[in-house]
Design a protein around this ligand. Sequence first.
Ligand code: F6P
Length: 359
Amino acid sequence: MRMYTGRTTLSKFLIEQLQDVDDGGQLAGLLVDVAAAVKTIAALTGRGALGGHHGEAGSANVHGETQTRLDLLADEIMVEHCDWNGLVAGMVSEERDEPIWVQSEEQKGGYLLIFDPLDGSSNVAMNVSVGTIFSILRCPEDSRQDASDFLQVGSGQVAAGYAIYGPATMLVVTVGKGTHGFTLDREVGNFVLTHPDISIPEETSEFAINTSNERFWEPPVQRYVSECKAGSTGVRKRDFNMRWIASMVADVHRILMRGGVFMYPRDTKDPAKPGRLRLLYEANPIAFVIEQAGGAASTGRVRLMDVPPELLHQRIPVILGSRNEIERIERYHREYDSGDDKPYVNPLFKERSLFRAEA
Ligand code: F6P
């Protein structure tokens, strides 16, 4: 493993990581632009209520979700920082129905940038951590300048990452050579490498899911969560802990740091939606970061980064984190699909329990 000594800044790190990559300088330039946008968004969100930007914008995004004023500002900041210097050909944002195309030939670059400018933004007014998620693809050589350019499988991503605006602002990035974390030195304005080669522990006893949806989940997810909740009295023979921040970057960041499982699985709450999270700007970039840190990311049935996207704003079930747990959850889905799963018996209703189930 390369030892990073002293204060390795993001730019220095990217130059080194991308020196043997085709167009590596351009990709490094784009990532530096994304980092500059992130610093601006960090300054904006960091002002809290003093910034005067809290509250709803009075509009809705393509998913029908209410947009906050900060969603729209963060979206503009990302576009302004990344659209002008010959690095991108087009961009897709959660906050815009259609892609943005760079029209001028001199300013057009070879990459496509996809982003969720302010993930978890409904939490901002409560001063809970939020984030920015981004994914970078190569623009196809036979680009048609339409949505199909962006509909590439996640394994085609050349870089991805997220920023978390928490007590400290961090940028977590992968260019396919491990996952690395940088902390913003606010006084100086640099992102400094503080978490090189992040590695998610394979074993964990922590899971994150919105359990208020339990009755809508599929049986394999119900089985997994019931077993975790049964803890040392059940088949897992150890106690599990549960956390749910309702801000994907914050939940994922915790899992990267100390292991765990994050799930927003398929559910039947709204049968028209196959999941809550979006494939192109939430699931794929986070899956890339997680896999590069030694974890796994799945729909429960297939690897997330193998799913061929059909729509820009497509939703997808997301189950990711520590590898052994994800493999277990995938097995539960296989067993369920093939009819091989044994009915789960809640330990509370076993023979010697207080709550004996009646036959
Ligand atoms: O997609 C937006 C998002 O806010 C994620 O960041 C988060 O994980 C999820 O939705 C929260 O969903 P819920 O409101 O069901 O807890």
